[in-house]
Structures are given as structure tokens and as C-alpha cells.
Design a protein around this ligand. Structure first.
Ligand SMILES: [Zn+2]
Length: 438
């Protein structure tokens, strides 16, 4: 029972706690362990090539930045021109809508003119009819006058005849009459004829008077029609003048619209120029990006490091005492058996930490357990790890050579005293550092 509890506690401690040297190590290293390691040849001018490639990439990125700036300036210029087009369009729209109003007014004027013209035509017909009626009336008057005048002349002749030849007439009547009755009868008729003539004359005179009055009425009517005609002609002239003014105004406004269209056309041509220049700039940027991708691929290729083999430089120069070796051990503070995945080299705080071999610094950071730590990728999926440093001399991405000072020994993170924990990972797993140290 007691033993079982003890084992449980031991297991619990093992699960809950981690040694200073194992802590939080798996994740960052596994990230790098995923990287492919390909075969390649060690090149003496490798770092020079890498520097040249990095220089190229920096230059390309600067060129891309400049191209982007130019593009942005072009885009901004184009936006200004587009804004001007917007204003011009808006102003043009105002005029177009004004012209629409003018067109409507023009249509009204032309409708009015058409109505006036119709009235004039109608009035002209009436005037023609009135003229004809007057002509007819005049003819009737002339005829009546002629008849009256003829009657008057006849009566005058008869009276003259009767009075100048009264005696002879009476003698004639007397002697030519076959009888008394005939004589009386004949004088009676003469008197009757006279009476009849006089009555007729009066009637004819009345007819003339009436014809004259009728003609006067017709003439008055025609005068009114003529007056109306004059008024209509005047209205027509006014409307025509309005039409002319409106036509001129519409022409002027349409000319303005034409000017706006020209201006908009010019600006649109500018926009097309901008678009062409932006397209050119985009093509240039795309070309630069392609070059950068190519250069980065070349850099990646050049960076593909291959570990040349051979012994590591001792990372804590002058300090060879091993305070804790690689392998299973009893944890100094937890008292449990645990795997120690590196070699602890006892060294005073501040003493140098050296890069074990040529490589690229892939981490130079701080963690609660590892303290200040450094990882160097030596290629061929070989990574060296340095922990608990008091200070770091390198940063991630930096190339280092074997024996370069990368930091100083310390006791940061979970550490019991100043020492360098040195670990080695190969193909994603910890291996015994002694394989490389001697
Ligand atoms: Zn250690």
C-alpha cells in the first residue's frame, strides 16, 4: 500500500514536472525537424554566394518598393483625374437636364405656333368666305341697282312721253279708241301702269337698300376677321421670336455639352494612359516578384547546408568538467529518474559559449525553462542547442562559423547554477552529444 502510493507520486511528479533541460524542447525542435534535408555539396564560397543572393533580394525588394510607390503615385493621379471626370459629368448632367427643360419649353412654343397657324388657316378660310359673300352681295346690290335704275328710266320715259305728248296721246287715244269703253279702259290702264311702275320703283329701291345693308354687315364681319387675322399674325410673330430665342439658347447649351464631352473625353484618355502605365507598373512588379521568388529559391538552395562531418568545437572552452551527463539520471531537485538530453558543462557565469560548428542560428531567444538559448542548424538535419546563457551574441537568421562566440554562460531558466547545457538533435531526435564532441 505504501509502496503503491510512492510509485503513484513518482509517476505524477514525472508527468507534471519536467527537468530544466528537457522542458519545452520538443515543440521548437520538432518544427525544425520537419524541414527537409537534402544532399548537397559543401561550397567554399557558400557564404559569399548567400551574401550576394541576400544583397540581390534586398535590391529586388527595394526595386519592388519603388515600383509600388510609382504605381501608387499613378493610381493617385488617376484617382484625381477620375474625380475631375466625376465633377465634369455632374456639371454636364445639370446642363443636360436644363436642356431637357428647354426642349419641353420649345415643344410648348412649337405647339403654340401650330395652334396659331391652325387658327390663321381657319381665319383665312373665313376671310375668303367673307370675301365671296361680299362679292355675291355686291353683285346682288349691283343687280338691284341696275333693275331699279332701269325701272326708273322706264318710268321717266313714260312720264316724259305722257307729258310731252299728252294732247296727242289723248287725241290718239280718243281717235284710236273703238268706243267710249275702250277709251276709258285705255286711260284706266295707263293710270294703272303708272301706279304699278311707282310701286315697283319703291320696291326696287327697298331691295337696293337691303342689299346695301347686307353688304355692309358682311363688310363689318370681314373687317373683324381681318382684325383677328392681324392679331394672329402678331401672335405668330411673337411665338416665332420666342422659338428663335429658345433655339439659340438650346444651341448654346448643346455647345456647352459638347465642350464638356470633349473635356471628359480628354480626361478619359488620360485615365486610359494611367491605366496603361499602371498595367506596365504591375507587369514590372510581377517581374520583380518573379525575380525575388527565383532569388529566394536560389538562396534557399544555397542555404541548404550540409554538415561536413568532423568533431565539434568544444562549446565551453577551458571548462571540461561535466556536471551532468547525457542519459538517464536522477533529477537533482525532483529526485526522479529522467532522461537528460544534453551534456551540462560546468563553467563560470560570463565565460564564452562557442558555436560547435558552421551553421545558421535558427533560434536565439528566452524561455522559462531553457533561459536564454540558441539553436544552430548545421545542415544535414543536425542541430546544436545551448541553454541557460547569461547573454546572447547572435540572433536568428545569422550565419556563424565554428568557434564563433555566440553567448555567455549563465544560469537563466530552470537551472541550479552557472553551466552550459549542450544538446544535439539529429533527424528530429536528441542524440548523444559525445558522438560529435570526441
Ligand atoms: Zn542539462
Amino acid at each position: 500500500m505504501r509502496k503503491r502510493t510512492y510509485i503513484t507520486i513518482k509517476l505524477l511528479l514525472f508527468v507534471l514536472c519536467v527537468t530544466p533541460c528537457m522542458a519545452q524542447f520538443v515543440l521548437p525542435l520538432e518544427v525544425y525537424a520537419d524541414e527537409d534535408e537534402e544532399e548537397g555539396e559543401e561550397d567554399g564560397g557558400r557564404s559569399r554566394d548567400i551574401d550576394a543572393l541576400k544583397q540581390q533580394i534586398a535590391e529586388s525588394q527595394a526595386a519592388k518598393e519603388r515600383a509600388n510607390q510609382t504605381k501608387n503615385q499613378l493610381a493617385s493621379g488617376m484617382a484625381s483625374v477620375q474625380q475631375v471626370i466625376g465633377s465634369l459629368e455632374s456639371e454636364k448632367e445639370d446642363i443636360v437636364s436644363y436642356v431637357a427643360t428647354l426642349d419641353a419649353a420649345m415643344e410648348q412654343i412649337q405647339d403654340d405656333i401650330a395652334a396659331i397657324d391652325a387658327s390663321i388657316s381657319e381665319n383665312e378660310i373665313q376671310i375668303d368666305e367673307a370675301k365671296k359673300a361680299i362679292d355675291t352681295a355686291q353683285k346682288e346690290l349691283d343687280e338691284a341697282e341696275r333693275i331699279r335704275q332701269g325701272q326708273y328710266e322706264d318710268i321717266k320715259d313714260q312720264i316724259h312721253f305722257m307729258y310731252t305728248t299728252q294732247k296727242a296721246t289723248f287725241a290718239d287715244i280718243l281717235f284710236t279708241s273703238k268706243s267710249i269703253g275702250d277709251l276709258l279702259n285705255r286711260t284706266y290702264y295707263i293710270n294703272r301702269i303708272m301706279e304699278y311702275d311707282q310701286k315697283k320703283l319703291a320696291e326696287y329701291a327697298k331691295t337696293v337698300e337691303e342689299a346695301d345693308a347686307a353688304k355692309k354687315v358682311l363688310e363689318e364681319n370681314k373687317a373683324k376677321l381681318d382684325e383677328k387675322q392681324a392679331e394672329l399674325e402678331e401672335k405668330h410673330a411673337e411665338a416665332k421670336s420666342k422659338e428663335e430665342d429658345m433655339g439659340k439658347l438650346i444651341d448654346a447649351k448643346e455647345e456647352e455639352i459638347g465642350q464638356y464631352n470633349d473635356a471628359i473625353g480628354d480626361k478619359e484618355a488620360q485615365v486610359r494612359e494611367y491605366e496603361a502605365m499602371i498595367a506596365q507598373q504591375n507587369a514590372e512588379i510581377a517581374a520583380i516578384e518573379a525575380a525575388i521568388r527565383q532569388q529566394q529559391a536560389a538562396l534557399q538552395e544555397a542555404n541548404r547546408r550540409v554538415y561536413g562531418g568532423g568533431q565539434f568545437v568544444w562549446p565551453a572552452p577551458g571548462y571540461t568538467r561535466i556536471s551532468d551527463d547525457y542519459g538517464m539520471r536522477t533529477h537533482p531537485t525532483l529526485g526522479v529518474q529522467m532522461m537528460h538530453n544534453g551534456v551540462d558543462m560546468a563553467a563560470p557565469s560570463g565565460s564564452p559559449i562557442l558555436a560547435a560548428a558552421d551553421g545558421t542560428v535558427i533560434a536565439a531567444s528566452y524561455s522559462g525553462t531553457m533561459g536564454n538559448y540558441i539553436m544552430i542548424d548545421h545542415g544535414s538535419d543536425l542541430i546544436s542547442i545551448y541553454m541557460h546563457a547569461s547573454s546572447l551574441n547572435v540572433s536568428a537568421g545569422q550565419e556563424v562559423g565554428a568557434g564563433d562566440r555566440i553567448g555567455s554562460v549563465g544560469s537563466t531558466g530552470r537551472s541550479t547554477g552557472p553551466h552550459l547545457h549542450f544538446g544535439v538533435r539529429k533527424n528530429g531526435a536528441y542524440v548523444n552529444p559525445w558522438s560529435y564532441l570526441k
